[in-house]
Design a protein around this ligand. Structure first.
Ligand SMILES: Cc1cc2nc3c(=O)[nH]c(=O)nc-3n(C[C@H](O)[C@H](O)[C@H](O)COP(=O)(O)OP(=O)(O)OC[C@H]3O[C@@H](n4cnc5c(N)ncnc54)[C@H](O)[C@@H]3O)c2cc1C
Ligand SMILES: *[C@@H]1O[C@H](CO)[C@@H](O)[C@H](O)[C@H]1NC(C)=O
Ligand SMILES: *[C@@H]1O[C@H](CO)[C@@H](O)[C@H](O)[C@H]1NC(C)=O
Ligand SMILES: *[C@@H]1O[C@H](CO)[C@@H](O)[C@H](O)[C@H]1NC(C)=O
Ligand SMILES: *[C@@H]1O[C@H](CO)[C@@H](O)[C@H](O)[C@H]1NC(C)=O
Ligand SMILES: *[C@@H]1O[C@H](CO)[C@@H](O)[C@H](O)[C@H]1NC(C)=O
Length: 528
């Protein structure tokens, strides 16, 4: 605490200080590529390098772009993509890029909301991790080593084909990459029981700016703390994580009950806000409002899906909810008892019974344009605010909101245990997510503007000073630097929203491990 105060003072005193990079007038991409070849003689790297001259450059670029907003003709493109196949390729990319003054963007699953893993406004290369994706599940000690390029779907599949009684708490979307997801916190439907992904990581391997490979023991507890929620891309390249698997029952129960405004959704959501965070840890009950057509004349309503997972049997959860939340009217026939891995298939919005191989499916290019923003709620929203939210959603139309209850294990873990500070005191957190298919810039401008309007409308009713934000739901509206220029003052704005009081320690770790700020992006942690 004492250290923190001193550091805070120091930060204030250097607030006006900032660092800029002058880009070499001619970027030496050829020198960089030659350096790679020279450095990688033990593991030939030629087959891993794509430049715009290679026919498949564009398709490899698109393979891990999730948001079409960052895949337009005006989006800056990399000078090269290095699809590392071995740790030594990662080391070579870091050392050669440093030597030749190129910026490196690290990409695992490419699901960054704002495309920071594959765009930059200064010359850059992509270090693509998707080939380094093996998973080694060890049931003897209930752990799994997972390489960064693995997707969550691959992780769930690897666990689920070996056991029915262990799982891992991570996100809902199977194509999200372990590299970005886990370094940014990682929440999912078991967070009320087991916390976030980062609360269940026991070791990791990272390539530093010096090209060294460190594990937990050799990196030390400060850096190991920082990469579990502080974002990997400020500190180095994460190669792999060692996950602690968590026990789950052989069958879990899932359900999805939807009610429209006309069927009482407003009162249900009003009550849900205080009921869901107080439920037993074994039960996660999300509320997901989305806009729905009532008729063919264009009349619309909001339909709220109450989607649940209970680490137990259906009789028990029906009895529990009929006592705590009878208005929902949950029935046994709404419930499906499935294996944990099948529940991950259900949460990815597949019909119950879909074979688990679907977890391995991967798109070849982005599907939609989108804008996401997130909020943490400490007080219940008054009914008139819920009604105003419905009205705004109907105006936007192509939007849904994910409301995820807190409480349980999330409230027990101290704010400083990991860089992710949003713990006790939250009722729920909400993602506002609008998406569209039309590529016109006017359409994009319209949805971005409307999503910001919704966010502004919610200001009085959500967390304040700072208005907290979730780094995995990256939002450049909350303060962002330029790729060629890191201002400490700007970093403090987004840094406090993402990390609250943990920012000072993150800055200290950054200063020790990467003092010249090689690993950087628009919302990275700056060194002192
Ligand atoms: C459809 C969808 C659903 C989502 N659902 C959830 C959810 O349920 N729970 C949740 O918590 N989040 C969720 N997210 C957010 C997601 O966890 C983050 O976007 C996460 O950062 C994505 O990781 P990635 O590897 O796919 O992304 P990338 O775009 O590859 O990377 C994201 C960031 O991490 C950095 N990074 C990537 N790999 C490495 C590495 N190996 N070493 C160092 N830095 C690295 C990148 O440079 C970038 O800054 C979702 C996102 C989408 C688009
Ligand atoms: C950074 O780049 C922008 C253009 O992208 C330019 O306007 C600005 O002057 C640059 N800043 C520095 C410090 O070089
Ligand atoms: C890209 O083209 C270069 C030059 O022809 C070649 O050496 C390299 O192997 C190609 N990359 C891949 C991945 O095929
Ligand atoms: C990289 O090569 C080394 C030595 O040849 C090998 O031990 C290691 O498993 C390889 N890594 C990957 C990710 O294939
Ligand atoms: C549906 O739209 C029509 C025409 O706009 C309107 O007259 C009608 O009242 C609407 N119905 C509902 C249920 O809102
Ligand atoms: C729940 O139901 C809604 C409404 O039908 C649907 O849009 C959503 O995909 C379903 N979610 C899951 C996880 O099944």
């Amino acid at each position: 605490m004492k250290f923190r105060n001193t550091l805070a003072l120091f930060i204030l005193s250097v607030l006006s200080f900032s660092v800029s990079w002058t880009t070499a007038k001619t970027v030496d991409i050829d020198g960089f590529l030659q350096c790679l070849t020279k450095y990688s003689h033990a593991h030939p790297i030629q087959e891993a390098i794509y430049t715009p001259q290679n026919a498949s450059f564009q398709s490899v670029l698109l393979l891990h772009i999730n948001n079409r907003r960052y895949s337009t003709s005006t989006t800056p493109k990399p000078l090269a993509i290095i699809t590392a196949k071995n740790e030594s390729h990662v080391q070579a990319t870091v050392l050669c890029a440093k030597h030749h003054g190129l910026q490196v963007k690290i990409r695992s699953g490419g699901h960054d909301f704002e495309g920071l893993s594959y765009t930059s406004d200064i010359p850059f290369v992509i270090l693509d991790m998707f080939n380094i994706n093996s998973i080694d599940v060890n049931l003897a000690d209930k752990t799994a080593w997972v390489h960064s390029g693995a997707t969550l779907g691959e992780v769930y599949y690897a666990i689920g084909t070996k056991t029915n009684v262990y799982g891992f708490p991570a996100g809902l979307c199977p194509t999200v990459g372990a590299g970005g997801h886990i370094s940014g916190g990682g929440y999912g439907v078991m967070m009320r029981k087991y916390g976030l992904s980062v609360d269940n990581v026991v070791d990791a391997k990272i390539v530093t700016v010096k090209g060294q490979i460190l594990d937990r023991k050799s990196m030390g507890e400060d850096l190991f703390w920082a990469i579990r929620g502080g974002g990997g891309a400020s500190f180095g390249v994460i190669l792999s994580w060692k996950l602690q698997l968590v026990p789950v029952p052989a069958k879990v129960t899932v359900f999805n009950v939807t009610k429209t405004i006309e069927e009482g959704a407003t009162d249900l959501v009003y009550k849900w806000q205080t009921v869901a965070p107080e439920l037993p840890k074994d039960l996660f009950l999300r509320a997901m409002p989305q806009v729905k057509n009532i008729d063919t004349k264009g009349n619309k309503t909001v339909a709220v899906s109450f989607i649940g997972q209970f680490l137990g049997q259906s009789d028990e959860v029906v009895a529990l909810l009929n006592e705590r939340f009878p208005e929902l009217g949950l029935q046994r026939t709404d419930c499906h008892e499935v294996r944990w891995v099948e529940a991950t298939v259900f949460w990815a919005e597949n019909p119950v019974g879909t074979p688990i191989d679907v977890l391995l499916d991967k798109p070849t290019e982005p599907a939609t344009f989108y804008k996401g923003k997130a909020d943490y709620m400490k007080e219940p929203l008054p009914k008139y605010v819920i009604e105003a939210l419905w009205k705004k959603m109907i105006e936007i139309e192509n939007i849904w909101v994910d409301m995820n209850p807190y409480g349980g294990r999330m409230s027990e873990i101290p704010e400083s245990a990991t860089p992710y500070p949003h713990r006790a005191g939250n009722l729920f957190f909400a993602l506002y997510y609008s998406s569209w298919y039309d590529e016109g810039t006017e359409t994009t401008d319209k949805y971005v503007r409307l999503t910001r309007e919704l966010y502004d409308m919610m200001t009085p009713y959500v967390s304040k000073s700072p208005r907290e934000a979730f780094q995995n739901y990256r939002d450049l509206d909350i303060g962002a630097n330029q790729d060629n220029h890191t201002s400490f003052e700007v970093a403090t704005i987004y840094g406090r929203k993402y990390f609250k009081g943990n920012l000072a320690r993150l800055i200290r770790v950054k200063t020790a491990i990467d003092p010249h700020n090689f690993f950087r992006h628009k919302q990275s942690i700056p060194p002192l």
